[in-house]
Ligand binder design. Structure first.
Ligand SMILES: *[C@@H]1O[C@H](CO)[C@@H](O)[C@H](O)[C@H]1NC(C)=O
Ligand SMILES: *[C@@H]1O[C@H](CO)[C@@H](O)[C@H](O)[C@H]1NC(C)=O
Ligand SMILES: *[C@@H]1O[C@H](CO)[C@@H](O)[C@H](O)[C@H]1NC(C)=O
Ligand SMILES: *[C@@H]1O[C@H](CO)[C@@H](O)[C@H](O)[C@H]1NC(C)=O
Ligand SMILES: *[C@@H]1O[C@H](CO)[C@@H](O)[C@H](O)[C@H]1NC(C)=O
Ligand SMILES: *[C@@H]1O[C@H](CO)[C@@H](O)[C@H](O)[C@H]1NC(C)=O
Length: 819
C-alpha cells in the first residue's frame, strides 16, 4: 500500500512537471535567408530573416538570402535557405535576461548558381568573443555554445576569412539557459593528468562548446523530445569494451528531487536508461570498470564534463557504491547515490568536473567501476548520461607575452645599439619576473582527495543557494568554501593532542582546537583511513552547509585529505544539555534556564522541519545532541543521521531504523516510516529528561522505571508527576508552568504521530509555560511567526545579536554514544 502511495505521488509529480515546460525569457529563433514569417519546427516558431518580422535582427554588413534550387525532399525546412555574408555582418538581439544563453548555429551547405556553400570559409564571434575561426563545412553541422551575456545586446558577427570568401548560416537559435544551469560555488574539481586540484575560476564565465551529449544506455533523443531542444546520441560507439556493459532501463519516470537534477538538466529519457556492469560471474565483479573514450581536439584543452546519474538498478537504498574515473584519475571515490540523491531511488543527480587533457591525448576517458565499500554480491557501477563541453577561450593565467611584443616593437622602431642594450636589460628583467611568476606552485596536498569537491555540486542546487551563504567564497571564517586544509587542523589541535579530546563516538574522536583568528572549534575526526561513517559524514556536510540558524550548531568547515575525514564546528563552551542535568558535577540549572534551553532547541527543530532548509528530519534528538554555548543558548547538533524530509505532500520517508535507544519513536520502529513527528517524540523524551534529571534509559532502576518515557507517562496518568521531578526544581517551579510543560511533553509522546503536536505547537506551548513561570513573554516569542516563514531564522534574529562574531560562541561536541 505504501509503495502504491509513493508511486501515485511520483506520478502526480511528473505530470505536474511535464505540464510546466521550460519557456526561456529570451528566445530568438531565426530561419536565415527565408522570407516566410514563421515556420514551426519541433513546436518552436522560427522567424524568417527576410520577412518583415525578422529583418530587424540583421544589423550591419552585406548579405543576401539564398534558397536551395534543388531542395532534397527529406531535408529539414530550415536547411532549404541560407543567408550568405559577403562582408563582415551581424545579427543583434536584445537581451532581457542577463546570464547564460544557449547559442546554436545550423550550417547545412548546398549549392546554387552563384554560391557553393561548401566553399564558405569564415569566423563567428559573439559579443567580441571568437567562437569559430576558419570554419567550413561540407555536410550539415550544428554548433552549440553556452555563453554568459552580461549586457543588454548580443551581437553575432560573421566574418569571411578573406575578400574572395563568404560566410553563411542556415539557422540561428539564441535563448536563455535555465537558471542555475551552471553554478559557481567554487571548489569544483579540476582533473589534471596527474591528479585533482580545485578549479579556481567560475564555470559560468567560460564560453562552452558542446562536443558530446550522450544518452548512455539509451537511444537517440531528438530536439522534439528534449526540454532544451538538444540532441542526445547513444553511447555504444564510445564504449572501449562493449561486453563490459549492459543496458539498464526503467519505464517509471525519474523521481526528481528538489536540489537534484531537473528536467532541464537532462530529460527523463536520459535518466531512465543507463549502462551497468555486465557481471557474468559475481566473483570476478571487482575485476573491471566500464570505460568510454570520447574523442576531443588534441592539444592542451580544457573541458567541462557533466555526468548524469540515476540509480535505476538498485532494489534498495544504500546498496550501490562505485567510483568514477576521468582520464584514469579517480575523480570521485565511493559515489553513494542514496545519500547524494536525497535518499530516493531513481532520483536524478549530476556532477560537474573540469578536465584538463594532456597535450597529446585526443580523448576524454570516462570510467565507472565498483567501490571497495560494496559487498561482492552487490558490486556494480552505473552511468546514465555524459556531456562534454570545451572551454572555448579558456585562459589559464594571464600570459606576459603581449608585453614582450611591445618591447620588441619598441626595439625595432627605435633601433640603435644603445637602445638595444637597454632593451636587452629590460627583457632580462621581464624574463626574470616571468620565471619568478611561473615557479611551480607547491603541489597541493589536496590533490589526493577525491570527492568532496563534487559534493559542491549538491550544495549548489537551488534549494541550497538561498541559504547556503557559507558556500560562497570565502566564508565567514576566511576559508574558501568549506574546505579547511589538514595542516591548519593539525596546528589547531596541536597535532590531535590527546589532552584536547572532548568527546568520542562511533565516528571517532572530537578535539577542541583553535583555528587562525582565534576561532575556537570542535573538530570531529573520523578514524584515519577508515571510510566508515562516510554516509554520516556526507549527510552532516550536506545538511549543515545549507543551514545557518541561531539554534543549530554551525559547521565551520570540513577536511578530506590524505584519507582524513574531519568535520569542524563552532565550539560550544558549556557542552551538552545532558551534562547539566545529571551525571556530572555541574551546578543544577534553574527551571527558567531549562525552559529557555528547551525553547531554543524546539526553535532549532522547528526550523529544520519547516524553515527554508525545509523538511529535514533530525532522527537523533537526545540530550547529548543539544549543546549549550557560553550563554546557555541551546543548539541542535549532530546531523549524521538526518534525512531530507519528504518533498511535496508525501508524508513519510521509508528508511532503515536508526536512532538512539530510549528516544526512538515507537511508530517509526514498528512501521519503519520516518516523519517529523519522530523528532517530536524524541523531543518529548528530552523534555522529561529535563524535568526529571535522569537518563532516558536507566537499566539500574526498577523494571517499570527503566524507560523514562513509559515511567513518566505512567506517573502523569496517576497524577503523581510531582514525585519524579528533579528535587532541585520542587521549590521554584510554579504549578501552572509545570502543568503546561508536562502536558506538552505528554502530547509529544503520543503513540501515533498524527496525535502528536508539530514542533511549532511544542514551541508555542513551551513559551507559554515560560510565561506562566515568569509572568513575562519569552524574549524570543515575538519572532516565532517570522521563523516559520523563515528569514527570522537566520543566525541573527532572536535577541538582536546580529553580529556573527558575537555568536562565535563555541561548543563542545557530543559524546556520540548510542550509535
Ligand atoms: C536526400 O538526402 C539524403 C541524406 O541527406 C540522401 O540520402 C538522399 O539521397 C538525398 N536525396 C536526393 C534526391 O538527393
Ligand atoms: C570535407 O571536409 C573535410 C575537412 O573539413 C575534408 O577533410 C574532407 O575531405 C571533405 N570531404 C569532401 C567529400 O569534400
Ligand atoms: C565568480 O562568480 C561570483 C558570482 O557570480 C563572483 O562574485 C566571483 O567574483 C567570480 N569569481 C571569479 C574568479 O570570476
Ligand atoms: C519522442 O517523442 C515522440 C512523440 O511523442 C515519441 O513517439 C517518441 O517515442 C519519443 N522518443 C523517445 C526516444 O522518447
Ligand atoms: C566464477 O569465477 C570463479 C573464480 O574466478 C570460479 O572459480 C568459478 O567457477 C566461476 N563460476 C562460474 C559459474 O563460472
Ligand atoms: C578502473 O580504472 C581505474 C583508472 O583507470 C584503475 O585505476 C582501476 O584499477 C580500474 N579498476 C579495475 C578493477 O580495473
Amino acid at each position: 500500500m505504501e509503495a502504491k502511495f509513493l508511486h501515485f505521488l511520483s506520478l502526480a509529480f511528473s505530470i505536474f512537471l511535464s505540464s510546466t515546460a521550460f519557456t526561456p525569457q529570451d528566445n530568438y529563433l531565426i530561419n536565415c535567408g527565408s522570407d516566410t514569417n514563421t515556420v514551426v519546427v519541433d513546436n518552436r516558431h522560427f522567424v524568417g530573416d527576410s520577412s518583415d518580422h525578422g529583418s530587424a535582427y540583421l544589423s550591419k554588413g552585406k548579405s543576401i538570402s539564398l534558397t536551395n534550387p534543388y531542395p532534397n525532399s527529406s531535408s529539414p525546412v530550415l536547411y532549404t535557405t541560407a543567408r550568405v555574408f559577403t562582408s563582415a555582418s551581424s545579427y543583434v538581439f536584445d537581451i532581457k535576461n542577463l546570464g547564460t544563453h544557449l547559442v546554436r548555429f545550423h550550417f547545412s551547405p548546398f549549392s546554387s548558381r552563384n554560391y557553393d556553400l561548401k566553399n564558405g570559409e569564415f569566423g563567428v564571434a559573439a559579443n567580441g568573443i571568437s567562437l569559430l575561426s576558419g570554419f567550413s563545412a561540407n555536410s550539415t553541422v550544428l554548433k552549440e555554445y553556452f555563453l554568459m551575456v552580461d549586457k543588454d545586446k548580443l551581437e553575432i558577427l560573421f566574418i569571411p576569412i578573406s575578400g574572395s570568401r563568404f560566410a553563411y548560416v542556415n539557422a540561428i537559435e539564441v535563448f536563455s539557459a535555465p537558471k542555475d544551469f551552471f553554478i559557481d560555488v567554487g571548489g569544483m574539481a579540476l582533473i589534471n593528468p596527474d591528479g585533482i586540484q580545485e578549479f579556481k575560476q567560475n564555470v559560468s564565465s567560460q564560453v562552452l562548446e558542446t562536443i558530446h551529449r550522450i544518452n548512455v544506455g539509451g537511444s537517440m533523443l531528438t530536439p522534439f523530445n528534449d526540454t532544451l531542444w538538444r540532441t542526445w546520441i547513444p553511447d555504444q560507439d564510445f564504449l572501449v569494451l562493449k561486453s563490459a556493459a549492459k543496458v539498464a532501463r526503467t519505464s517509471d519516470p525519474p523521481n526528481y528531487q528538489q536540489g537534484g537534477a531537473t528536467r532541464e538538466i537532462a530529460p527523463d529519457n536520459v535518466y531512465m536508461t543507463a549502462q551497468e556492469m555486465n557481471i557474468v560471474n559475481r566473483s570476478s565483479a571487482f575485476l573491471f570498470n566500464i570505460t568510454w573514450d570520447f574523442p576531443v581536439k588534441p592539444g592542451d584543452s580544457m573541458h567541462l564534463v557533466r555526468l548524469h546519474f540515476c540509480d535505476i538498478v538498485s532494489v534498495a537504498l544504500n546498496a550501490l557504491y562505485f567510483n568514477v574515473y576521468i582520464n584514469e584519475v579517480t575523480a570521485y571515490k565511493d559515489v553513494d547515490l542514496s545519500v547524494l540523491a536525497f535518499h530516493q531511488l531513481a532520483s536524478p543527480y549530476y556532477m560537474d568536473f573540469v578536465v584538463r587533457n594532456s597535450k597529446d591525448s585526443g580523448v576524454v576517458r570516462i570510467g565507472v567501476g565498483p567501490s571497495d565499500l560494496s559487498s561482492t554480491l552487490r558490486k556494480n557501477a552505473i552511468l546514465n548520461g555524459v556531456e562534454i563541453m570545451r572551454m572555448v577561450n579558456f585562459m589559464a593565467l594571464p600570459r606576459k607575452s603581449k608585453r614582450k611584443n611591445v618591447w620588441i616593437l619598441i626595439a625595432l622602431v627605435v633601433g640603435g645599439i644603445l637602445v638595444m642594450s637597454l632593451v636587452v636589460l629590460v627583457i632580462l628583467t621581464v624574463i626574470k619576473c616571468r620565471k619568478r611568476k611561473l615557479k611551480p606552485k607547491p603541489k597541493s596536498r589536496r590533490a589526493e582527495s577525491a570527492g568532496w569537491a563534487s559534493l559542491r555540486v549538491y550544495g549548489s542546487s537551488k534549494a541550497t543557494m538561498s541559504e547556503g551563504t557559507i558556500l560562497a567564497s570565502p566564508g565567514p571564517y576566511g576559508y574558501y568554501g568549506l574546505k579547511i586544509p589538514f595542516a591548519d587542523l593539525q596546528l589547531a589541535t596541536n597535532n590531535f593532542d590527546k589532552n584536547l579530546i572532548i568527546g568520542s563516538g562511533g565516528f571517532g574522536m572530537v578535539y577542541k582546537g583553535v583555528l587562525r583568528d582565534n576561532i575556537k572549534v570542535a573538530a570531529k575526526r573520523g578514524m584515519p583511513g577508515s571510510r566508515q561513517g562516510l554516509p554520516e559524514f556526507q549527510a552532516e556536510i550536506t545538511v549543515l552547509s545549507k543551514i545557518r540558524h541561531r539554534h543549530i550548531v554551525s559547521l565551520i568547515g570540513y577536511c578530506e585529505e590524505q584519507s582524513e575525514m574531519i568535520l569542524v564546528y563552532e565550539y560550544m563552551d558549556k557542552g551538552t544539555l545532558r551534562q547539566h542535568l545529571y551525571g556530572s558535577n555541574s551546578s543544577p540549572l534553574s527551571w527558567k534556564q531549562r525552559l529557555e534551553i528547551c525553547i531554543g532547541a524546539a526553535r532549532g527543530l522547528h526550523y529544520l522541519h519547516t524553515g527554508s532548509a525545509q523538511g529535514i528530519i533530525h532522527r537523533d534528538i537526545k540530550s547529548t545532541n543539544i549543546l549549550l554555548d557560553e550563554n546557555y543558548v541551546a543548539k541542535v547538533a549532530d546531523f549524521g543521521l538526518s534525512k531530507s524530509g519528504p518533498c511535496l505532500d508525501e508524508t513519510h520517508v521509508s528508511t532503515g531504523v536508526k536512532g538512539s535507544f530510549g528516544y526512538l519513536d515507537p511508530e517509526y520502529f514498528r512501521r519503519q516510516q520516518l516523519t517529523d513527528k519522530s523528532d517530536v517524540y524524541s523531543f518529548g523524551v528530552v523534555l522529561f529528561e529535563v524535568l526529571c534529571a535522569r537518563p532516558a534509559v536507566d537499566p539500574l532502576l526498577n523494571r517499570e522505571q527503566v524507560n523514562l518515557a513509559e515511567w513518566a507517562m505512567e506517573c502523569q496518568k496517576k497524577g503523581m508527576i510531582e514525585q519524579i521531578i528533579d528535587p532541585h526544581l520542587t521549590d521554584q517551579i510554579k504549578p501552572s508552568s509545570l502543568k503546561k510543560f508536562v502536558e506538552t511533553a505528554e502530547k509529544c509522546l503520543a503513540e501515533y504521530g498524527v496525535d502528536r503536536p508539530t514542533m511549532g505547537d511544542v514551541l508555542w506551548n513551551l513559551e507559554y509555560a515560560y510565561q506562566l513561570q515568569t509572568n513575562e513573554r519569552h524574549k524570543g516569542q515575538q519572532t516565532t511567526d517570522a521563523i516559520s516563514n523563515d528569514p527570522g531564522a537566520l543566525i541573527v534574529s532572536d535577541d538582536g545579536s546580529s553580529d556573527i562574531s558575537s555568536t562565535r560562541v563555541f561548543s563542545q561536541l557530543l559524546t556520540n554514544e548510542g550509535r
